[in-house]
Write a protein that binds this ligand. Structure first.
Ligand SMILES: [Zn+2]
Length: 128
């Protein structure tokens, strides 16, 4: 017997995995999962949140606004470096313990690959 909790596992909780939500004009793509029906990956949620914060402070000329803009820039730059490490260590020429540790460290921060896809396998395909 499948419980509601297990039947929703791996599905977007906004659209319940259908990829669509109702609107006054009929069904439209779910914006939380971009119509995939699966929960958005953490790295996409983080990027979306950084963009929201940047937008909120873009026209703020106070020191706080300037600081937030600088912090978002540095955060994005660090995340890009981690993404490069994730990409470089995920390629076949860099197999090995050190490459694996680098790959897992970068992925733990970015959240590009879901943990379920990593258990007991060497599958590095992003879960969608
Ligand atoms: Zn959805």
């Amino acid at each position: 017997m499948q419980t509601q909790e297990t039947s929703l596992q791996g599905k977007c909780l906004t659209c319940l995995g259908t990829g669509e939500v109702g609107s006054i004009n009929g069904p439209v793509n779910c914006t939380d999962c971009d119509g995939t029906g699966r929960p958005p990956r953490r790295h996409l949620l983080t990027e979306r949140r950084i963009r929201e914060i940047e937008t909120r402070f873009r026209s703020d000329a106070t020191q706080a606004g300037i600081d937030v803009t600088w912090l978002a820039f540095e955060l994005r730059r660090a995340r890009e470096a981690l993404m490069k490490i994730l990409t470089m260590t995920g390629e076949p020429p860099l197999q090995g313990k050190t490459a694996s540790q680098l790959w897992h460290t970068a992925n733990n921060v970015l959240g590009v690959y879901e943990p379920e896809g990593l258990r007991g396998s060497d599958d590095k395909t992003p879960a969608e």
